[in-house]
Design a protein around this ligand. Structure first.
Ligand code: MLT
Length: 404
């Protein structure tokens, strides 16, 4: 008889953003005349930059001719893209990362879910609370956690590191030593950023304890402050303890195009094995490479025109972040994030739960956000708004919220 992976049955409800989407669809159906403004999921709204479009067109044309047609991509990524990444994202920032340590993929969501596969099931995982749900759910699916604990509203056998108002939404080193530590900075969902000194403490801790840090830097392009690192490899010793995940979704608007990469340094060894070898093996077996066309689009992100156009695009979203942050603050909300990140994290008013505020906001202002409790127990009483809407919608959403 066929049996199923019972670990899936430990998961609670559906994926957070699917739940939000279902609720919004039901509301829209019941209120067809209402113009809902969506500041929930962190999906971009600006079109692809012209340099990227040109590159896509050229690559499509290449596919039309036998001489330039490409079939399967190299499973770890084309050299033109891996070289551009190594130079621009790492070497120009003083990080000792080479092109052959970069694994191109179809996006950071897949990588952040898949990376756990190269680790034993007996590893203990530490995550921030609140947290991007993919890190936890994929470890649940793999069987690396216990059951869901309804009292604590989280999973047994996972180390949760509370990120609260008191600690500035930055995790503290855990009392119990973990094996795998997921960190995401600038943070999703809280928008908090970590300074280089604070991140260095994590790197030192991992090197001392033998833990591996899985560092999600999907939002690094939004960093504005000088002392905030764009990569964990800016820290001394990080190549011996950290894997870094990167995305083209937020820095270049590729949420629908799909491109990302993971860096696994060759020095990184655990249990007598190079993690680079394991990830290369996994990639080779399970992935046939991101499309040529898309990798050419990714290359354009690093061209002088691409860089200039994307700086403008990010400035556009960060202007939204300012509108949300200042608008809500002036209206008396307690807000954070939004300075080095496209997410604004606010405290729900009048002791409302996160989901109560979600319903209230949808009903009274017709604005969608993401309930903080969907990201973890310590997200209860908080709410996330994204800066990825259009400027006009963002301004209108804040007007509507402040008038409620
Ligand atoms: C979010 O809204 O948290 C992100 O868009 C999710 C993602 O990048 O997968």
């Amino acid at each position: 008889m066929v049996t199923v992976n019972k670990n899936y049955l430990k998961l609670q409800g559906s994926y957070l953003f699917s739940t939000v989407a279902k609720k919004v669809a039901a509301y829209q159906e019941a209120n067809p005349e209402t113009r809902i403004i969506r500041l929930g999921i962190g999906d971009v709204t600006q079109p692809l930059a012209p340099a990227i479009i040109t590159s896509l067109h050229n690559a499509v044309d290449e596919m039309a001719h036998a001489e330039t047609f490409r079939g399967y991509a190299p499973d770890l990524g084309y050299d033109f893209l891996r070289n551009a990444i190594a130079k621009n994202d790492y070497q120009d920032r003083g990080c000792r990362i080479t092109a052959d340590e970069i694994f191109v993929s179809d996006g950071a969501k897949s990588d952040s879910g898949n990376i756990q596969e190269i680790f034993g099931l007996d590893n203990k995982v530490a995550v921030c609370d609140p947290v991007y749900p993919v890190y936890v759910d994929t470890n649940v699916m793999a069987g690396r956690t216990g059951e869901y604990n309804h009292t604590r509203e989280n999973f047994d056998d996972v180390i949760y590191m509370p990120c609260t108002e008191e600690n500035g939404f930055l995790p503290e080193l855990p009392e119990e030593t973990p094996d795998l530590i997921y960190l995401c900075f600038p943070n999703n969902p809280s928008g908090a950023a970590i300074t280089k000194d604070r991140l260095q403490e994590w790197v030192d801790y991992a090197n001392k304890t033998g833990a591996v840090i899985i560092y999600d830097a999907a939002y690094e392009a939004y960093i504005r402050e000088e002392n905030v690192p764009h990569s964990i490899y800016e820290c001394e010793g990080a190549t011996e303890c950290a894997i870094e995940l990167r995305s083209f979704s937020k820095n270049a608007g590729f949420t629908g195009v799909r491109l990302g990469f993971t860096v696994v340094p060759k020095e990184l060894e655990r249990d007598g094995v190079k993690l680079h070898t394991l990830w290369a093996r996994r990639h080779g077996t399970k992935f046939n490479g991101a499309p040529y066309i898309v990798q050419r689009a990714g290359e354009a992100v690093y061209s002088p025109e691409g860089k200039a156009q994307l700086t403008e695009q990010i400035n556009y979203y960060m202007r939204n972040a300012k509108v949300i942050y200042e608008g809500l603050k002036n209206a008396g909300y307690s807000v954070s994030g939004g300075v080095n990140a496209p997410y604004i994290w606010l405290k729900t008013p009048d002791q409302m739960t996160s989901w109560e505020f979600f319903d209230y906001l949808l009903d009274k202002a017709h604005v969608v956000g993401t309930p903080g409790s969907g990201f973890g127990a310590h997200g209860e009483g908080f709410f996330r708004l994204t800066a990825f809407g259009t400027y006009e919608n963002t301004v209108e959403a804040i007007e509507r919220i402040t008038k409620m």
